[in-house]
Design a protein around this ligand. Structure first.
Ligand code: BG6
Length: 487
């Protein structure tokens, strides 16, 4: 459905990697699907002068690189016609007034959506300048600001950023991104949990032994060494994507699926997760770094320290155990892990049900696995009797349902989130209380890790989880559940 009202999308950081790889191709796809209002304009804001012609050539090559084969010329022309380049020169004190003047020209809707894909240190500054130029005033049209991750690097800096931007913006105008919330398989979690009688009655500590949320990547840190070394796996992935995935897997049913009701339940859950006990730290948290090794599709790769070119304690693997202090989840261990340069790319939630002994003494352990990527599926493992006369013989069968059928719509997470931004749907964006609750869980760990006596383990690139990471398991029969690996 095309949008009901026109808007102007302003991209700060339009020359960056995210814009090239995700935002422009995504906007083009939305245009192709007829989802953009005919009068919507896209203004790319850059820090250098560039002619309109040059910018259009640049955009054309971005789009062609992605959709080479079946490019629809009419849609391409329509898309390029929406696009404008505007230079906001860093040393020009009147830059934002000039931007405001330009936007007041005919052809620009005054519903303004600002997408800030810039250095985090610039977020507050840009919001200040937009406010000064009177570009955030909602008296006649809406104004929204999307802020890329990370929102702060700890509770204190997140709060400082919040204090600064909330001088100019109401919560309803702030769109804090976590791109995992734009992933279809994540959105499906609540639906699957709450609309299947098979699942909801057993989704609690009476039946569930423990839950794991896993995110493994074969990718290394690449050319992001400076960013990564200031961040680490815990802050890069755990504080955001992994905690959000866990929240969807464990929160209570919201009163309705309206943005406010969903976020209210998420906030409740996040605040019920208990911070790790610092006096028992080593049984709750584990960190490691990759050394050189072999990645299946890349061959020999360097270790983290070789890439960085200096000593560092920063983790590329992090595993944490949490408990949730509520009636549903009391005493159920939650294990979260994330890593760069592991043996596979896979994000999934694995739920182990409480074991039952069969008559011949075997342990029947059912697993339910919600796979987010690369496969989007629900997988259930059940013990059954083997056909034949031996009554004691059992085996496991696997029920595996892909979430996607041929011909289904494919919409990338950034496409979903950009559409949400211009349509004013905040349910897939973070409320400030979620961000704060997430930092409160991460801060004590980061702080403790400043202490160099906490070991940094190592693992060769391309390997499975470091063996010592098992230290965080509550029981000796618990183990890292592997992904499903069914193609
Ligand atoms: C980003 C992290 O937020 O998410 C990256 O900064 C990580 O380090 C990426 O690689 C993973 O996203 P996805 O969608 O590829 O799983």
């Amino acid at each position: 459905m095309t949008q009901k009202e026109a808007s102007t999308l302003l991209l700060f950081g339009a020359k960056g990697n995210l814009a090239r790889v995700k935002l422009f191709p995504g906007l083009f796809k939305l245009d192709l699907a007829g989802k953009l209002h005919p009068d919507m304009k896209i203004v790319s804001i850059g820090r250098q002068e560039e002619s309109h012609e040059e910018w259009i050539i640049n955009l054309k090559s971005i789009i062609r690189a992605k959709y080479d084969k079946d490019l629809n010329q009419t849609v391409l022309d329509r898309f390029l016609n929406r696009n404008i380049y505007h230079a906001n020169l860093p040393d020009d004190p009147d830059a934002f007034t000039k931007l405001s003047d330009r936007l007041s020209q005919e052809g620009f809707s005054q519903n303004l959506a600002f997408f800030l894909s810039v250095r985090p240190s610039d977020f507050a500054l840009i919001v200040d300048q937009l406010a000064e130029a009177n570009l955030l005033n909602e008296s006649s049209h809406w104004k929204r600001v999307l802020i890329e991750k990370p929102f702060g690097v700890n509770t204190e800096t997140a709060q400082a950023l919040q204090d600064s931007i909330s001088k100019h913006l109401k919560e309803s105008q702030i769109y804090r991104i976590d791109h995992y919330l734009g992933k279809f398989a994540l959105q499906n979690i609540l639906f699957t949990r709450f609309y299947n009688t098979l699942l909801e009655p057993i989704w609690n500590n009476q039946y569930i032994d423990h839950i794991q949320v896993t995110n493994h990547e074969t990718l290394g840190v690449g050319d992001r060494t400076t960013f990564y070394d200031a961040t680490g796996a815990l802050r890069d992935m755990m504080q955001s994507h992994i905690l959000q995935t866990l929240t969807l897997a464990t929160m209570e049913k919201p009163k309705s699926f309206s943005p406010n009701d969903v976020r209210e339940e998420k906030i409740k859950l996040l605040n019920q997760i208990k911070p790790v006990p610092i006096d028992d730290f080593e049984k709750y948290v584990f960190r490691a770094q990759y050394t050189s090794g072999t990645i299946s599709n890349e061959g020999e790769v360097k270790g983290y320290l070789e890439e960085l070119g200096q000593e560092s304690n920063v983790e590329t693997y992090a595993a944490v155990k949490f408990f949730i202090d509520n009636n549903r989840w009391r005493d159920v261990p939650i294990y979260l892990r994330t890593a760069k340069r592991l043996h596979e790319n896979a994000t999934y939630i694995s739920v182990k049900l409480k074991p039952i002994k069969t008559p011949n003494g075997e342990i029947n352990d059912n697993w339910i696995i919600i796979s987010i990527q690369p496969k989007e599926s629900i997988h259930i493992e059940i013990n059954t009797k083997v056909p034949g006369l031996d009554d004691a013989k059992s085996r496991k069968i696997q029920l595996d349902g892909g979430l996607r059928f041929e011909g289904d719509e494919t919409i990338d997470s950034y496409e979903t989130l950009m559409l949400d931004l211009i349509e004013g749907n905040q349910s897939r964006f973070l409320h400030i209380d979620e961000v704060n609750a997430q930092w409160k869980l991460i801060d004590p760990i980061v702080e403790k890790w400043q202490d160099s006596s906490v070991p940094v383990h190592s693992y060769p690139a391309g390997s499975k989880d470091p063996i010592d990471s098992k230290i965080i398991f509550e029981n000796s029969d618990q183990f890292w559940r592997s992904s499903i690996n069914i193609e």
